[in-house]
Design a protein around this ligand. Structure first.
Ligand SMILES: [Zn+2]
Length: 224
């Protein structure tokens, strides 16, 4: 009477082990394989990238002027792998507007572009959809959203209006992609290029910017 159930258990255990292993392996492959394993120097060490669906399902906020570039040399139409950082740039072209820079990106021979351009007056133009790669941040184009910011002088300092729009947009991007102010980086942090100049040369300004993003994220969360 006692031996029968024991025999059954012995036969069933290996099946459960195999099933468990298969399920565990499937879960691992589901998350790890399609998006790779991020071992980039983003300050977080090795981490697995989940499905980057959050931000990608969002359209830009209403204050953004959407003027998507045609597919070509700059916007290639290739999909982002994930969104792990927001990268801030400056245009290095003093006095130009967001529209000027957008039109430059639109030229058939131009092979660079960013997702967004923030203008001196605070205007924002979107050039590339949020599920596609831009061409602004070198070998991090595959997993970042890029923002070019216009500036009036060679100092690279942003106008109050541009700064305010940049903080608002960056906070919105962080919120909707599960990131925070610590995930906002400079082009300089990727390649060492002096970009955005003012934030590279003024550490205090960069720290204040991060703090402003943090506060704006909190404010936006309260509004929503
Ligand atoms: Zn740059």
């Amino acid at each position: 009477m006692i031996s029968k159930p024991k025999k059954r258990r012995r036969k069933l255990r290996p099946i459960f082990k195999i099933l468990f292993t298969l399920i565990a392996l499937s879960v691992f492959l589901y998350f790890a394989v399609p998006f790779g394993i991020d071992i980039l120097s983003n300050g977080k060490g090795i981490k697995f990238i989940g499905k980057p669906v959050n931000l990608l399902s969002y359209d830009a906020p209403s204050y953004v002027d959407v003027q998507l570039l045609d597919i070509g040399k700059a916007r290639k139409g290739k999909k982002l792998t994930a969104i792990n950082n927001i990268v801030v740039h400056y245009t290095a072209n003093p006095g130009t507007s967001a529209q000027n820079n957008h039109d430059y990106f639109s030229k058939p021979d131009t092979d660079v572009c960013s997702h967004f351009i923030v203008g001196i007056e605070g205007e924002i133009i979107q050039c590339v959809p949020l599920d596609e790669k831009s061409a602004a941040s070198n070998d991090r184009n595959f997993d970042t959203v890029s923002i070019e910011v216009c500036h009036e002088t060679t100092s690279g300092e942003f106008s109050k209006a541009a700064y305010s729009s940049l903080v608002k947009l960056t906070a919105w991007l962080c919120q909707n992609s599960g990131l925070d102010e610590n995930d906002v980086i400079r082009h300089y942090d990727i390649t060492g290029k002096i970009c955005p100049k003012y934030f590279v040369e003024n550490r205090t300004a960069w720290k204040e910017f991060k703090l402003d993003i943090k506060n704006e994220i909190t404010a936006q969360k309260k509004e929503s």
